[in-house]
Design a protein around this ligand. Structure first.
Ligand code: UN1
Length: 513
Protein backbone atom coordinates (compact mmCIF):
# COMPACT_ATOMS: atom_id res chain seq x y z
CA UNK A 1 0.00 0.00 0.00
CA UNK A 2 2.93 2.28 0.72
CA UNK A 3 3.74 2.77 -2.93
CA UNK A 4 0.15 3.88 -3.53
CA UNK A 5 0.50 6.73 -1.09
CA UNK A 6 -1.74 5.55 1.72
CA UNK A 7 0.45 7.14 4.38
CA UNK A 8 0.15 10.49 2.64
CA UNK A 9 -3.63 10.08 2.23
CA UNK A 10 -4.03 9.41 5.96
CA UNK A 11 -1.90 12.47 6.65
CA UNK A 12 -3.94 14.67 4.28
CA UNK A 13 -7.04 13.55 6.14
CA UNK A 14 -5.47 14.45 9.48
CA UNK A 15 -5.24 10.83 10.60
CA UNK A 16 -2.18 9.13 11.96
CA UNK A 17 -1.54 5.62 10.75
CA UNK A 18 -2.49 4.26 14.14
CA UNK A 19 -5.46 6.22 15.47
CA UNK A 20 -5.67 6.19 19.20
CA UNK A 21 -7.78 9.30 19.06
CA UNK A 22 -10.64 9.41 21.51
CA UNK A 23 -11.65 13.00 20.89
CA UNK A 24 -11.40 14.09 17.28
CA UNK A 25 -13.54 17.15 16.87
CA UNK A 26 -15.88 18.38 19.56
CA UNK A 27 -18.62 15.87 18.85
CA UNK A 28 -16.93 12.58 19.36
CA UNK A 29 -16.35 10.90 22.68
CA UNK A 30 -15.29 7.28 22.46
CA UNK A 31 -13.51 5.58 25.30
CA UNK A 32 -14.32 1.90 24.86
CA UNK A 33 -12.29 -1.02 23.64
CA UNK A 34 -9.95 -0.57 20.69
CA UNK A 35 -11.22 -1.69 17.28
CA UNK A 36 -8.44 -2.57 14.87
CA UNK A 37 -9.12 -2.14 11.20
CA UNK A 38 -7.17 -4.34 8.79
CA UNK A 39 -7.12 -3.68 5.08
CA UNK A 40 -8.40 -6.47 2.83
CA UNK A 41 -5.97 -5.09 0.23
CA UNK A 42 -2.76 -6.22 1.95
CA UNK A 43 -3.84 -7.39 5.40
CA UNK A 44 -2.05 -4.48 7.09
CA UNK A 45 -3.40 -2.43 9.93
CA UNK A 46 -5.17 0.70 8.65
CA UNK A 47 -5.76 2.20 12.06
CA UNK A 48 -7.27 1.80 15.48
CA UNK A 49 -10.41 3.45 16.73
CA UNK A 50 -12.00 3.29 20.15
CA UNK A 51 -15.53 1.94 20.50
CA UNK A 52 -18.41 3.86 22.05
CA UNK A 53 -19.42 2.87 25.58
CA UNK A 54 -22.86 3.31 27.13
CA UNK A 55 -21.60 6.38 28.98
CA UNK A 56 -20.08 7.80 25.78
CA UNK A 57 -23.39 7.25 24.04
CA UNK A 58 -25.31 9.14 26.73
CA UNK A 59 -22.95 12.05 26.29
CA UNK A 60 -23.37 11.97 22.52
CA UNK A 61 -27.19 11.92 22.68
CA UNK A 62 -27.45 14.69 25.23
CA UNK A 63 -25.04 16.83 23.21
CA UNK A 64 -27.06 16.14 20.05
CA UNK A 65 -30.32 16.97 21.82
CA UNK A 66 -29.00 20.29 23.05
CA UNK A 67 -27.39 21.03 19.68
CA UNK A 68 -30.61 20.33 17.80
CA UNK A 69 -32.53 22.89 19.88
CA UNK A 70 -30.21 25.60 18.52
CA UNK A 71 -29.60 24.24 15.02
CA UNK A 72 -33.33 23.98 14.23
CA UNK A 73 -33.61 27.75 14.60
CA UNK A 74 -30.97 28.48 11.96
CA UNK A 75 -32.59 29.51 8.67
CA UNK A 76 -32.38 26.52 6.32
CA UNK A 77 -30.30 28.39 3.68
CA UNK A 78 -27.74 29.12 6.39
CA UNK A 79 -27.60 25.46 7.20
CA UNK A 80 -27.19 24.93 3.45
CA UNK A 81 -24.21 27.27 3.49
CA UNK A 82 -22.50 25.02 6.04
CA UNK A 83 -23.16 22.01 3.81
CA UNK A 84 -21.73 23.99 0.88
CA UNK A 85 -18.50 24.55 2.79
CA UNK A 86 -18.42 20.91 3.86
CA UNK A 87 -18.72 20.05 0.16
CA UNK A 88 -15.76 22.30 -0.66
CA UNK A 89 -13.68 20.27 1.76
CA UNK A 90 -14.88 17.05 0.14
CA UNK A 91 -13.82 18.36 -3.26
CA UNK A 92 -10.43 19.30 -1.85
CA UNK A 93 -9.98 15.91 -0.15
CA UNK A 94 -11.58 13.76 -2.83
CA UNK A 95 -8.36 11.93 -3.70
CA UNK A 96 -7.12 11.03 -0.22
CA UNK A 97 -10.62 10.10 0.95
CA UNK A 98 -11.25 8.01 -2.16
CA UNK A 99 -7.92 6.32 -1.61
CA UNK A 100 -8.69 5.55 2.04
CA UNK A 101 -12.08 4.13 1.06
CA UNK A 102 -10.35 1.95 -1.51
CA UNK A 103 -7.70 0.80 0.97
CA UNK A 104 -9.89 0.15 3.99
CA UNK A 105 -12.85 -1.33 2.09
CA UNK A 106 -11.14 -2.86 -0.95
CA UNK A 107 -13.10 -1.32 -3.85
CA UNK A 108 -11.14 -0.01 -6.82
CA UNK A 109 -9.64 3.46 -6.51
CA UNK A 110 -11.92 4.62 -9.36
CA UNK A 111 -14.93 3.44 -7.36
CA UNK A 112 -13.53 5.02 -4.21
CA UNK A 113 -13.38 8.33 -6.06
CA UNK A 114 -16.87 7.66 -7.44
CA UNK A 115 -18.16 7.20 -3.94
CA UNK A 116 -16.73 10.53 -2.81
CA UNK A 117 -18.28 12.04 -5.95
CA UNK A 118 -21.67 10.78 -4.72
CA UNK A 119 -21.03 12.68 -1.48
CA UNK A 120 -20.21 15.81 -3.45
CA UNK A 121 -23.30 15.43 -5.63
CA UNK A 122 -25.69 14.94 -2.72
CA UNK A 123 -24.22 17.99 -0.98
CA UNK A 124 -24.84 20.08 -4.12
CA UNK A 125 -28.38 18.75 -4.16
CA UNK A 126 -28.86 19.51 -0.45
CA UNK A 127 -27.61 23.08 -0.78
CA UNK A 128 -30.26 23.83 -3.42
CA UNK A 129 -32.81 21.99 -1.36
CA UNK A 130 -32.12 24.23 1.62
CA UNK A 131 -34.19 26.88 -0.20
CA UNK A 132 -36.93 24.47 -1.26
CA UNK A 133 -38.15 22.71 1.88
CA UNK A 134 -41.68 23.65 1.05
CA UNK A 135 -45.12 22.32 1.83
CA UNK A 136 -48.43 22.99 0.09
CA UNK A 137 -51.16 25.57 0.61
CA UNK A 138 -54.72 24.22 0.53
CA UNK A 139 -58.10 25.88 0.21
CA UNK A 140 -60.05 25.67 3.45
CA UNK A 141 -63.69 24.60 3.30
CA UNK A 142 -64.52 27.36 5.77
CA UNK A 143 -64.82 31.07 4.92
CA UNK A 144 -62.10 33.33 6.26
CA UNK A 145 -59.75 30.42 6.90
CA UNK A 146 -56.36 29.63 5.52
CA UNK A 147 -54.76 26.21 5.52
CA UNK A 148 -51.23 25.27 4.74
CA UNK A 149 -48.51 22.84 5.78
CA UNK A 150 -44.97 23.29 6.93
CA UNK A 151 -42.00 21.00 7.37
CA UNK A 152 -40.17 21.44 10.64
CA UNK A 153 -36.83 19.95 11.67
CA UNK A 154 -37.49 16.62 13.35
CA UNK A 155 -34.73 15.94 15.85
CA UNK A 156 -31.95 13.37 15.99
CA UNK A 157 -31.42 11.08 13.02
CA UNK A 158 -29.61 7.83 13.77
CA UNK A 159 -27.68 6.55 10.76
CA UNK A 160 -26.47 2.96 10.53
CA UNK A 161 -24.38 2.31 7.43
CA UNK A 162 -22.60 -0.67 5.94
CA UNK A 163 -19.00 -1.34 4.94
CA UNK A 164 -19.66 -1.42 1.19
CA UNK A 165 -20.42 2.28 0.83
CA UNK A 166 -18.61 3.48 3.93
CA UNK A 167 -18.86 7.20 3.15
CA UNK A 168 -21.55 7.90 0.52
CA UNK A 169 -24.50 6.48 2.45
CA UNK A 170 -23.59 8.62 5.45
CA UNK A 171 -23.53 11.69 3.21
CA UNK A 172 -26.86 10.84 1.53
CA UNK A 173 -28.42 10.97 4.97
CA UNK A 174 -26.48 13.74 6.65
CA UNK A 175 -26.45 16.24 3.79
CA UNK A 176 -30.25 16.15 3.68
CA UNK A 177 -30.78 15.84 7.43
CA UNK A 178 -28.49 18.81 8.11
CA UNK A 179 -30.27 21.19 5.76
CA UNK A 180 -33.54 19.88 7.23
CA UNK A 181 -32.27 21.07 10.62
CA UNK A 182 -31.63 17.71 12.27
CA UNK A 183 -28.74 16.42 14.34
CA UNK A 184 -27.10 13.23 13.09
CA UNK A 185 -25.59 10.35 15.01
CA UNK A 186 -23.74 7.95 12.78
CA UNK A 187 -22.78 4.40 13.49
CA UNK A 188 -20.57 3.41 10.58
CA UNK A 189 -19.53 -0.16 9.93
CA UNK A 190 -17.05 -1.66 12.39
CA UNK A 191 -15.27 -2.96 9.29
CA UNK A 192 -14.45 0.56 8.06
CA UNK A 193 -14.02 2.68 11.20
CA UNK A 194 -11.09 4.75 9.94
CA UNK A 195 -13.04 6.18 7.00
CA UNK A 196 -15.80 7.07 9.49
CA UNK A 197 -13.31 9.02 11.58
CA UNK A 198 -12.01 10.74 8.44
CA UNK A 199 -15.53 11.91 7.52
CA UNK A 200 -16.32 13.01 11.04
CA UNK A 201 -13.10 15.04 11.10
CA UNK A 202 -13.98 16.82 7.87
CA UNK A 203 -17.45 17.72 9.16
CA UNK A 204 -16.16 18.71 12.61
CA UNK A 205 -13.66 21.17 11.16
CA UNK A 206 -16.22 22.93 8.96
CA UNK A 207 -18.85 22.93 11.68
CA UNK A 208 -16.50 24.42 14.26
CA UNK A 209 -15.47 27.17 11.87
CA UNK A 210 -19.14 28.05 11.34
CA UNK A 211 -19.97 27.83 15.04
CA UNK A 212 -22.51 25.10 14.43
CA UNK A 213 -23.64 23.87 17.84
CA UNK A 214 -21.86 20.76 19.10
CA UNK A 215 -23.72 17.50 18.49
CA UNK A 216 -24.98 18.11 14.94
CA UNK A 217 -22.50 15.62 13.51
CA UNK A 218 -21.83 12.76 15.89
CA UNK A 219 -19.99 9.51 15.39
CA UNK A 220 -20.41 6.38 17.45
CA UNK A 221 -18.29 3.33 16.78
CA UNK A 222 -18.55 -0.36 17.47
CA UNK A 223 -20.64 -3.37 16.55
CA UNK A 224 -24.40 -3.91 16.43
CA UNK A 225 -24.70 -3.43 20.21
CA UNK A 226 -23.78 0.21 19.75
CA UNK A 227 -26.42 0.46 17.02
CA UNK A 228 -28.99 -1.00 19.40
CA UNK A 229 -28.42 1.84 21.85
CA UNK A 230 -29.84 4.11 19.14
CA UNK A 231 -32.60 1.89 17.82
CA UNK A 232 -34.00 1.51 21.36
CA UNK A 233 -33.69 5.19 22.18
CA UNK A 234 -36.88 7.29 22.13
CA UNK A 235 -34.79 10.41 21.80
CA UNK A 236 -33.93 9.33 18.24
CA UNK A 237 -37.13 9.74 16.17
CA UNK A 238 -35.69 8.41 12.91
CA UNK A 239 -33.34 5.51 12.27
CA UNK A 240 -31.95 5.24 8.75
CA UNK A 241 -30.35 1.82 8.35
CA UNK A 242 -28.50 0.28 5.42
CA UNK A 243 -27.43 -3.35 5.50
CA UNK A 244 -28.75 -6.90 5.38
CA UNK A 245 -32.45 -7.81 5.45
CA UNK A 246 -31.82 -9.71 8.69
CA UNK A 247 -30.42 -6.60 10.35
CA UNK A 248 -33.22 -4.46 8.92
CA UNK A 249 -35.97 -6.67 10.30
CA UNK A 250 -34.47 -6.38 13.79
CA UNK A 251 -34.06 -2.63 13.50
CA UNK A 252 -37.60 -2.20 12.13
CA UNK A 253 -39.14 -4.18 14.99
CA UNK A 254 -37.21 -2.38 17.68
CA UNK A 255 -37.93 1.06 16.24
CA UNK A 256 -41.60 0.25 15.60
CA UNK A 257 -41.89 -0.97 19.19
CA UNK A 258 -41.39 2.60 20.34
CA UNK A 259 -43.28 4.05 17.35
CA UNK A 260 -40.18 5.61 15.88
CA UNK A 261 -39.70 6.00 12.13
CA UNK A 262 -37.30 3.88 10.18
CA UNK A 263 -35.84 4.28 6.73
CA UNK A 264 -34.55 0.93 5.55
CA UNK A 265 -32.30 0.22 2.61
CA UNK A 266 -31.61 -3.51 2.69
CA UNK A 267 -30.63 -6.36 0.43
CA UNK A 268 -31.17 -6.69 -3.28
CA UNK A 269 -31.28 -9.59 -5.72
CA UNK A 270 -31.01 -7.54 -8.85
CA UNK A 271 -31.55 -8.90 -12.33
CA UNK A 272 -31.02 -7.74 -15.88
CA UNK A 273 -33.50 -9.05 -18.42
CA UNK A 274 -31.90 -9.50 -21.82
CA UNK A 275 -34.45 -9.74 -24.61
CA UNK A 276 -33.88 -10.75 -28.25
CA UNK A 277 -33.82 -7.03 -29.11
CA UNK A 278 -30.94 -6.20 -26.78
CA UNK A 279 -27.71 -4.53 -27.80
CA UNK A 280 -25.28 -7.29 -26.83
CA UNK A 281 -22.19 -5.10 -26.45
CA UNK A 282 -23.89 -2.78 -23.96
CA UNK A 283 -25.47 -5.73 -22.19
CA UNK A 284 -22.04 -7.21 -21.57
CA UNK A 285 -20.60 -3.95 -20.20
CA UNK A 286 -23.62 -3.35 -17.95
CA UNK A 287 -23.79 -6.91 -16.70
CA UNK A 288 -20.08 -7.36 -16.06
CA UNK A 289 -19.68 -4.03 -14.28
CA UNK A 290 -22.83 -4.77 -12.29
CA UNK A 291 -21.67 -8.24 -11.28
CA UNK A 292 -17.98 -7.69 -10.52
CA UNK A 293 -17.83 -3.97 -9.65
CA UNK A 294 -17.06 -3.43 -5.94
CA UNK A 295 -16.35 -7.19 -6.05
CA UNK A 296 -20.09 -7.85 -6.11
CA UNK A 297 -20.62 -6.02 -2.83
CA UNK A 298 -23.13 -3.35 -3.86
CA UNK A 299 -26.73 -3.70 -2.85
CA UNK A 300 -27.36 -2.91 -6.50
CA UNK A 301 -24.89 -5.53 -7.82
CA UNK A 302 -26.20 -7.65 -10.67
CA UNK A 303 -26.89 -11.12 -9.27
CA UNK A 304 -29.03 -12.61 -12.05
CA UNK A 305 -28.94 -12.34 -15.81
CA UNK A 306 -32.25 -13.44 -17.34
CA UNK A 307 -31.61 -14.14 -21.01
CA UNK A 308 -34.02 -15.10 -23.77
CA UNK A 309 -33.38 -18.55 -25.25
CA UNK A 310 -32.94 -17.17 -28.79
CA UNK A 311 -29.84 -15.20 -27.83
CA UNK A 312 -28.84 -17.21 -24.78
CA UNK A 313 -25.71 -18.81 -26.24
CA UNK A 314 -24.57 -15.58 -27.82
CA UNK A 315 -24.91 -13.63 -24.56
CA UNK A 316 -23.38 -16.45 -22.56
CA UNK A 317 -20.28 -16.61 -24.78
CA UNK A 318 -19.88 -12.83 -24.79
CA UNK A 319 -20.10 -12.56 -20.99
CA UNK A 320 -17.82 -15.56 -20.38
CA UNK A 321 -15.29 -14.04 -22.77
CA UNK A 322 -15.47 -10.69 -21.04
CA UNK A 323 -14.72 -12.39 -17.69
CA UNK A 324 -11.42 -13.57 -19.18
CA UNK A 325 -10.31 -9.93 -19.44
CA UNK A 326 -10.95 -9.13 -15.78
CA UNK A 327 -7.83 -8.28 -13.80
CA UNK A 328 -7.99 -9.04 -10.10
CA UNK A 329 -5.58 -7.47 -7.68
CA UNK A 330 -4.65 -4.48 -5.56
CA UNK A 331 -7.56 -2.06 -6.10
CA UNK A 332 -5.25 0.93 -5.75
CA UNK A 333 -3.53 -0.18 -8.93
CA UNK A 334 -5.71 1.28 -11.66
CA UNK A 335 -4.89 -1.58 -14.01
CA UNK A 336 -7.04 -3.90 -11.93
CA UNK A 337 -10.81 -4.12 -12.25
CA UNK A 338 -11.59 -6.10 -9.13
CA UNK A 339 -10.18 -5.86 -5.64
CA UNK A 340 -10.65 -8.11 -2.62
CA UNK A 341 -13.76 -9.01 -0.67
CA UNK A 342 -14.10 -7.20 2.64
CA UNK A 343 -12.86 -10.06 4.86
CA UNK A 344 -12.45 -13.81 5.22
CA UNK A 345 -16.06 -14.31 6.34
CA UNK A 346 -17.14 -12.83 3.02
CA UNK A 347 -14.79 -15.26 1.27
CA UNK A 348 -16.50 -18.15 3.11
CA UNK A 349 -19.94 -16.94 2.01
CA UNK A 350 -18.69 -16.72 -1.56
CA UNK A 351 -17.32 -20.28 -1.46
CA UNK A 352 -20.50 -21.51 0.14
CA UNK A 353 -22.59 -19.98 -2.66
CA UNK A 354 -20.53 -21.72 -5.31
CA UNK A 355 -20.77 -25.06 -3.49
CA UNK A 356 -24.50 -24.60 -3.01
CA UNK A 357 -25.28 -23.78 -6.63
CA UNK A 358 -23.49 -26.91 -7.79
CA UNK A 359 -25.28 -28.99 -5.13
CA UNK A 360 -28.61 -27.70 -6.35
CA UNK A 361 -27.82 -28.66 -9.92
CA UNK A 362 -26.21 -25.52 -11.32
CA UNK A 363 -23.52 -25.55 -13.96
CA UNK A 364 -20.36 -23.51 -13.41
CA UNK A 365 -19.46 -21.51 -16.53
CA UNK A 366 -16.67 -19.42 -15.07
CA UNK A 367 -14.81 -21.15 -12.29
CA UNK A 368 -14.40 -19.31 -9.00
CA UNK A 369 -11.70 -19.73 -6.39
CA UNK A 370 -9.66 -17.94 -3.79
CA UNK A 371 -6.40 -16.49 -5.03
CA UNK A 372 -3.12 -16.91 -3.20
CA UNK A 373 0.50 -16.02 -3.73
CA UNK A 374 2.11 -12.72 -4.61
CA UNK A 375 -0.16 -9.76 -3.98
CA UNK A 376 -3.00 -11.91 -2.63
CA UNK A 377 -1.60 -12.42 0.89
CA UNK A 378 -4.68 -10.98 2.63
CA UNK A 379 -6.63 -14.07 1.56
CA UNK A 380 -9.59 -11.94 0.46
CA UNK A 381 -9.10 -11.99 -3.32
CA UNK A 382 -11.50 -14.23 -5.24
CA UNK A 383 -12.28 -14.92 -8.88
CA UNK A 384 -15.61 -13.60 -10.15
CA UNK A 385 -17.69 -16.63 -11.12
CA UNK A 386 -20.70 -17.40 -13.30
CA UNK A 387 -23.11 -20.30 -12.91
CA UNK A 388 -26.06 -21.39 -15.00
CA UNK A 389 -28.89 -21.85 -12.54
CA UNK A 390 -32.63 -21.87 -11.94
CA UNK A 391 -34.48 -19.05 -10.27
CA UNK A 392 -35.98 -21.28 -7.59
CA UNK A 393 -32.66 -22.58 -6.27
CA UNK A 394 -32.38 -21.59 -2.65
CA UNK A 395 -28.99 -19.98 -3.23
CA UNK A 396 -30.30 -17.94 -6.16
CA UNK A 397 -33.09 -16.63 -3.95
CA UNK A 398 -30.50 -15.52 -1.43
CA UNK A 399 -28.31 -12.41 -1.69
CA UNK A 400 -24.64 -13.40 -1.55
CA UNK A 401 -22.46 -10.34 -1.21
CA UNK A 402 -19.79 -11.53 -3.65
CA UNK A 403 -19.08 -11.66 -7.40
CA UNK A 404 -21.26 -14.65 -8.26
CA UNK A 405 -23.52 -14.17 -11.27
CA UNK A 406 -26.37 -16.55 -12.05
CA UNK A 407 -27.36 -17.04 -15.66
CA UNK A 408 -31.06 -17.88 -16.13
CA UNK A 409 -32.83 -18.72 -19.36
CA UNK A 410 -36.36 -17.70 -20.30
CA UNK A 411 -38.57 -18.52 -23.24
CA UNK A 412 -41.76 -16.81 -24.33
CA UNK A 413 -42.11 -13.07 -23.94
CA UNK A 414 -41.16 -10.37 -21.51
CA UNK A 415 -43.90 -11.43 -19.04
CA UNK A 416 -42.11 -14.72 -18.56
CA UNK A 417 -38.86 -12.91 -17.84
CA UNK A 418 -40.66 -10.59 -15.42
CA UNK A 419 -42.01 -13.58 -13.47
CA UNK A 420 -38.44 -14.65 -12.81
CA UNK A 421 -37.20 -11.12 -12.16
CA UNK A 422 -39.97 -10.46 -9.61
CA UNK A 423 -39.83 -13.97 -8.22
CA UNK A 424 -37.51 -13.19 -5.33
CA UNK A 425 -38.07 -11.67 -1.87
CA UNK A 426 -35.93 -8.60 -2.58
CA UNK A 427 -36.98 -5.59 -4.66
CA UNK A 428 -34.17 -3.09 -5.03
CA UNK A 429 -32.87 -2.70 -8.58
CA UNK A 430 -33.77 -4.14 -11.96
CA UNK A 431 -32.99 -3.58 -15.61
CA UNK A 432 -34.03 -4.57 -19.09
CA UNK A 433 -31.86 -4.54 -22.17
CA UNK A 434 -34.02 -4.05 -25.23
CA UNK A 435 -34.57 -1.77 -28.19
CA UNK A 436 -38.18 -2.86 -28.35
CA UNK A 437 -40.44 -0.10 -27.07
CA UNK A 438 -43.28 -2.43 -26.16
CA UNK A 439 -41.02 -4.61 -24.03
CA UNK A 440 -39.47 -1.61 -22.30
CA UNK A 441 -42.83 -0.07 -21.49
CA UNK A 442 -44.22 -3.36 -20.20
CA UNK A 443 -41.20 -3.67 -17.95
CA UNK A 444 -41.87 -0.19 -16.54
CA UNK A 445 -45.64 -0.60 -16.26
CA UNK A 446 -47.67 -1.51 -13.18
CA UNK A 447 -47.42 -5.15 -14.26
CA UNK A 448 -43.68 -4.83 -14.79
CA UNK A 449 -40.75 -4.71 -12.41
CA UNK A 450 -41.69 -4.61 -8.72
CA UNK A 451 -38.41 -2.95 -7.72
CA UNK A 452 -37.68 0.55 -6.43
CA UNK A 453 -35.30 1.06 -9.33
CA UNK A 454 -36.12 -0.06 -12.87
CA UNK A 455 -33.71 0.82 -15.68
CA UNK A 456 -33.89 0.51 -19.43
CA UNK A 457 -30.67 -0.13 -21.34
CA UNK A 458 -28.40 0.39 -18.36
CA UNK A 459 -27.37 -2.06 -15.67
CA UNK A 460 -28.67 -2.42 -12.13
CA UNK A 461 -25.91 -0.55 -10.28
CA UNK A 462 -24.60 2.98 -10.41
CA UNK A 463 -27.73 5.00 -9.60
CA UNK A 464 -27.46 8.79 -9.65
CA UNK A 465 -28.13 10.69 -6.44
CA UNK A 466 -30.91 12.82 -7.99
CA UNK A 467 -33.45 10.00 -7.87
CA UNK A 468 -34.93 8.42 -4.77
CA UNK A 469 -32.87 5.36 -3.89
CA UNK A 470 -34.31 2.22 -2.29
CA UNK A 471 -36.65 -0.67 -2.90
CA UNK A 472 -39.63 -2.76 -1.96
CA UNK A 473 -40.35 -6.06 -0.17
CA UNK A 474 -37.31 -7.38 1.70
CA UNK A 475 -35.36 -4.32 0.61
CA UNK A 476 -37.25 -2.45 3.31
CA UNK A 477 -39.30 0.19 1.48
CA UNK A 478 -37.22 3.25 2.39
CA UNK A 479 -36.07 5.94 -0.04
CA UNK A 480 -32.92 7.98 0.43
CA UNK A 481 -30.98 10.53 -1.57
CA UNK A 482 -32.77 12.59 -4.26
CA UNK A 483 -36.33 13.45 -5.33
CA UNK A 484 -38.48 14.15 -2.24
CA UNK A 485 -36.64 11.73 0.07
CA UNK A 486 -35.89 14.75 2.30
CA UNK A 487 -39.43 14.67 3.65
CA UNK A 488 -38.70 11.71 5.88
CA UNK A 489 -36.16 13.82 7.78
CA UNK A 490 -38.73 16.43 8.78
CA UNK A 491 -42.01 16.51 10.65
CA UNK A 492 -45.01 17.78 8.74
CA UNK A 493 -47.46 20.12 10.38
CA UNK A 494 -50.85 21.14 9.00
CA UNK A 495 -51.90 24.65 10.03
CA UNK A 496 -55.40 26.10 9.78
CA UNK A 497 -55.87 29.76 10.62
CA UNK A 498 -59.21 31.48 11.20
CA UNK A 499 -59.10 35.22 10.51
CA UNK A 500 -62.83 35.91 11.05
CA UNK A 501 -64.72 36.88 14.19
CA UNK A 502 -66.78 33.67 14.05
CA UNK A 503 -65.88 30.06 14.77
CA UNK A 504 -67.40 27.95 11.99
CA UNK A 505 -66.75 24.22 12.46
CA UNK A 506 -65.51 21.88 9.80
CA UNK A 507 -67.92 19.44 8.15
CA UNK A 508 -70.68 22.05 8.68
CA UNK A 509 -71.31 20.92 12.25
CA UNK A 510 -73.54 23.26 14.24
CA UNK A 511 -72.59 23.72 17.86
CA UNK A 512 -74.36 26.75 19.35
CA UNK A 513 -73.96 27.65 22.98
C1 UN1 B 1 -25.22 0.43 -1.94
O1 UN1 B 1 -24.76 -0.55 -2.51
O2 UN1 B 1 -25.43 0.41 -0.70
O3 UN1 B 1 -26.44 2.61 -7.31
C2 UN1 B 1 -25.47 1.72 -2.58
C3 UN1 B 1 -25.31 2.33 -6.88
C4 UN1 B 1 -24.64 3.31 -5.95
C5 UN1 B 1 -25.11 3.14 -4.55
C6 UN1 B 1 -25.12 1.75 -4.04
N1 UN1 B 1 -24.94 4.65 -6.41
O4 UN1 B 1 -24.73 1.29 -7.17
Amino acid sequence: AEKFGIKQALKDLGLSEINHGSSTGTNWFSNGEVIESYSPVDGALVGKVKATTKEDYEKVVSTAEAGFKEWRKWPAPQRGEVVRQFNEELRRLKEPLGKLVSYEMGKSYQEGLGEVQEMIDICDFAVGLSRQLHGLTMHSERPGHRMYEQYHPMGIVGIISAFNFPVAVWAWNTALAWVCGDACIWKGSEKTPVTSVACQNIAAKVFEKNKVPAGISCLITGDYKVGEMMTQDERVPLISATGSTRMGKKVAQTVAGRLGKSLLELGGNNAIIVTPDANIKNTVIGAVFGAVGTCGQRCTSTRRLIVHEDIYDKVKDAVVNAYKQIKIGNPLDENNHVGPLIDKDAVKNYQNALDKVVEEGGNILVEGGVLDGDGYESGCYVKPAIAEAKNDYEIVQHETFAPVLYLLKYSGDVEDALKLQNGVRQGLSSAIMTNNLREAERFLSVEGSDCGIANVNIGTSGAEIGGAFGGEKDTGGGRESGSDAWKVYMRRQTNTINYTTELPLAQGIKFDL
